[in-house]
Design a protein around this ligand. Structure first.
Ligand code: ZN
Length: 401
């Protein structure tokens, strides 16, 4: 019986892991489809318009308040101009927002031409988000082909995402090392907040993502909670308007590397490139470079922390949560966060996990009943008394990705 149960667990975990796309994938998790009605209506409308052939992904989801859909399409033939690609996106937006009254926002993602036909690995070269309100205004003044053009949130650039992916898994030769001892390694690097304050920092890793960043921001706004978003440089470059929306809503943006590699397997030069390029793209998109860095998978080394220091970054780990990507329904997550929550702690959750968004309000409510307030990492650490020795977080960290 016990062995049977373990078998089922192993099979379930293997299934979940197999169905969760890698963080570098262009698509977002689809195992929880909350609005199949909207998806079906949208798919049918696009087919009737004769524009469904280039569409590789179509998803709709809701937080119970907003309904957001994502449509991913491919570059036509390698010859299509940015204007033609934008016109195609405009036709999708026009069809979706005139035909589907339940839809509040549409996220549009254009992938580069991929001669191999494996469109899921092609870089994102076009992205835009259009809300129902914006569409009402724009559709009165523009044609379908032009309707997404005036959006400040439209992004198009072919060279995006072309930074070489660092080879992971093997140790590359070290070409240079930062000067030893010029940057003292602070023991304060892995923070937790003040244990005397009944405050927890709320953090979301790996985003931003279409659909889910919008739904998460809406949920946090309803909860009246500010959080810290550890974003990857790659996703910031793909979806700059989503990072701008995070900042506009008063949340904190932090560095989670560019490609989400296993950083400790890379050379110091590659580590520096991963962190510095992320600082650069976030500063370019939001006007401000982050102060905090969290290593992917929670993997760190003295070299890595030295690199972070050289860029003015403090390394931030976590004390509660993690593993939410492995339980997309969110069922086990609430119990886990409540069990691990303690004063001055840091809660790790991930963007792009539908279940996480769904359990968030009730989890925050339960924490509030126990006297805990949720805030950003910056606000949590501001409570640390000056000169206080910061503490290493618990050695047995929950798993992250
Ligand atoms: Zn991560």
């Amino acid at each position: 019986m016990m062995r049977h149960r373990i078998m089922i667990m192993v099979v379930t975990v293997a299934f979940v892991v197999a169905t969760i796309p890698d963080v570098h994938a262009n698509s977002i998790p689809q195992m929880v489809r909350m609005r199949p009605d909207v998806e079906d209506a949208l798919r049918q409308s696009l087919r009737m318009e004769g524009i469904s052939g280039r569409i590789t992904n179509l998803t709709a989801d809701t937080n119970g308040h907003l309904t957001v859909a994502q449509v991913t399409f491919t570059h036509f033939d390698g010859m299509e101009s940015p204007q033609e690609m934008q016109a195609f996106a405009g036709r999708i937006a026009w069809t979706a927002l005139t035909r589907i009254p339940q839809l509040d926002e549409l996220d549009l993602i254009g992938l580069d031409y991929d001669p191999t036909g494996r469109a899921t690995t092609a870089p994102v070269i076009f992205s835009a988000a259009i809300s129902r309100g914006e569409f009402a205004d724009l559709s009165a003044r523009y044609t379908p082909a032009d309707v997404v053009r005036p959006l400040a949130r439209v992004w198009y650039s072919r060279p995006l995402g072309l930074r070489a992916q660092p080879a992971s898994g093997r140790r590359p030769p070290r070409r240079f090392r930062l000067a030893q001892n010029t940057i003292p390694l602070a023991p304060t690097d892995i923070y937790r907040g003040d244990r005397a304050q009944a405050t927890l920092a709320l953090t979301f890793d790996d985003g931003p993502f279409p659909i889910y960043t919008t739904l998460l921001l809406d949920t946090l706004a309803q909860m009246g909670v500010k959080a810290t978003f550890f974003v990857t440089g790659e996703n910031v470059q793909r979806y700059p308007f989503l990072v701008q929306a995070i900042v506009r809503a008063g949340h904190e943006v932090a560095n989670h590397s560019y490609h989400h590699p296993h950083l400790t397997r890379l050379s110091v030069a590659q580590m520096t490139e991963e962190l510095a390029s992320t600082q650069e793209v976030i500063a370019a998109v939001t006007g401000q470079a982050p102060r905090y860095f969290r290593p992917p998978y929670g993997e760190y080394s003295t070299d890595l922390m030295r690199v972070a220091h050289s860029l003015g970054l403090s390394t931030v780990m976590w004390t509660a949560g993690g593993g939410d990507y492995a339980s997309p329904s969110g069922d086990a997550l609430k119990a886990k966060v409540l069990r691990q929550a303690d004063s001055g702690g840091i809660v790790l959750l991930h963007e792009g996990v539908p279940g996480t968004i769904r359990i968030l309000p009730e989890t925050a409510e339960a924490l509030a009943q126990r006297g805990f307030a949720l805030t950003t990492v910056g606000a949590l650490l501001a409570h640390l008394p000056a000169g206080a020795p910061a503490r290493r977080s618990d050695p047995a960290l929950p798993r992250a990705r």
